[in-house]
Ligand binder design. Structure first.
Ligand SMILES: [Zn+2]
Length: 118
């Protein structure tokens, strides 16, 4: 598994990943609900949509908008197991470990914090 600094350095060089931004409704949602609540949603999304060995609709399970975490997942390449394998070195076909979930959530939090501060 790669470390987060390495992953973020790569994301910063990706034209596709760099393009993602929170839109006004998602920014407002984050502001109104607060980071802790939004991160608790992130934890649930990861458990339900990403953590299983073979998630439903893998590759298409993460919408592109309507929740700040979804946008963060595309921006940080934590949107599906294919991206997790490519960007984080986390292999497909097995359930995510506690450590792997933690790095996914840390990536989402780091990106959301940066967006909230801009
Ligand atoms: Zn993906």
């Amino acid at each position: 598994m790669k470390d987060l600094e390495e992953v973020f350095a790569g994301l910063a060089r990706s034209t596709f990943r760099r393009r993602f931004r929170l839109r006004e409704p998602e920014r407002k949602y984050l502001h109104d609900r607060g980071m802790d609540v939004v991160l608790s949603h992130a934890s649930r999304f990861v458990d339900e949509r990403l953590a299983p060995a073979f998630p439903a609709n893998d590759g298409k399970q993460t919408p592109y908008r309507h929740h700040p975490v979804f946008v963060a997942q595309h921006a940080t390449a934590t949107c599906c197991r294919g991206c997790l394998e490519k960007w984080y070195g986390i292999p497909r076909g097995k359930e995510l470990t506690v450590e792997e979930k933690q790095i996914v959530l840390a990536a989402i939090e780091r990106w959301l914090s940066a967006q909230a501060g801009t």
